[in-house]
Write a protein of this length. Sequence first.
Length: 484
Amino acid sequence: MSSDVQTGTISTDIPARLDRLPWSRFHWMIVIGLGTVWILDGLEVTIVGSMSEALKPADTGLGLTSAQIGLAGAVYVAGACVGALFFGQLTDRFGRKKLFLITLGLYTVATVLTAFSMNPTWYLVCRFFTGSGIGGEYAAINSAIDELIPKLYRGRIDVVINGSYWLGAAGGALLTLPLLDPTLVNPEIGWRLAFGLGGILAIMILVVRRHVPESPRWLFIHGRDEEAEKIVAGIERRVAEEDHVELEPVQETITIRQRRTIGMGEIAKTVFTLYPRRTVLCCSLFVGQAFLYNAFFFTYGDTLTTFLGVERTGGYIAIFAISNFIGALLLSRLFDTLGRRKMIAGTYLLSGILLAITGFLLGGLSAGMLTLAGSIVFFFASAGASSAYLTASEIFPMETRALCIAFFYAIGTAVGGISGPLLFGTLIGNAAESGDITGIAPGYFVGAALMIIGGIVAAVLGVDAENKSLEDIAEPLTAADARS
């Protein structure tokens, strides 16, 4: 490491003190203040997918063509990738709190401005910046959550929080039923209200988020150890008073060479040369889950209407989304007890196999049966997909955490978010000409294969990170005995 940015060397017990805390009301504040971003993402994506038809009329909508609606989806994905990479490196450089406030603010402004769209160009620009805010949120939030949640709870909390995306998806699907009903709401304002409600929810989250502290781990590495000590002491005092517990002293310490900044070159070297096996693992997990979800879920409504005669898909999508959240909720604890490697490999393999079976049975399934089959597949896939974010956020050094999350999120979103819908859109278009739903089965098989590959990679290269401190899983680059 270059010494010109080193500011001092300290020994600290802050990681051990944070990890030995019992679950408390303070941690619930972290979950509510930070974790609800996934609800926003689910709400956003589902609302847009459900209101495609409402945006097409020139008089009540924006006069969007089918091609422009598809372009809007791609623009949102592109914005998410750019936002993740741009804000990810800023999160590692300037701190978790600054960035999780900035990214939520960007999302709020962009989604409210979307409600006031007057033409397709305005709408597309707003979709890009909405995606940028959400993409930046993933990096900042996952970093902060992992660094504030005790090690005994980190796995389950990460999986449930990432799985809460589907609460937003269910809410968005149900919300569109009255808002897009012309007998209840004027079609000219129904879709605008949907976007405006997303902004209102974001403002409510922002109020709670202001009280979430900066990550003490980030602070002591960047030369602000006195501030980190003050925050941790305050958390300990609050936990002891509110929950009537006596906290035991800790013995474990870590010696850190404090740095003001850490160069991008050193971060890249860490990811690709010191941890190549972990890099392969994360790429496999993110690409598999991103393709699966973007391919199946984001074309699910189109499949129902094109082949199975469903006119209003909101109820079907809500059922599907709820099963996803229930899967993440019920399976989450096992990631801390049974272990990361077994659970990640198991959920990926099982969901891949079940999806392949669904593909073989596709020709004989009704709308209800396809929804039931999808709900069973994604009961397991939801926990697996959430574990991809958990994996990227805990198996790399702290100084690279946000950027690593952003990097793998961008890769998975770019590959799965672009190739998945393109493939399924082509398959649906070709199959629609013959009216044979089995024409989309090859897309199911590709998604199944990618999930199975991800499961095999997890079984071989997985990291047994359960119940371990972040510093034990991946030594900080600034640790006194770290490799330089």
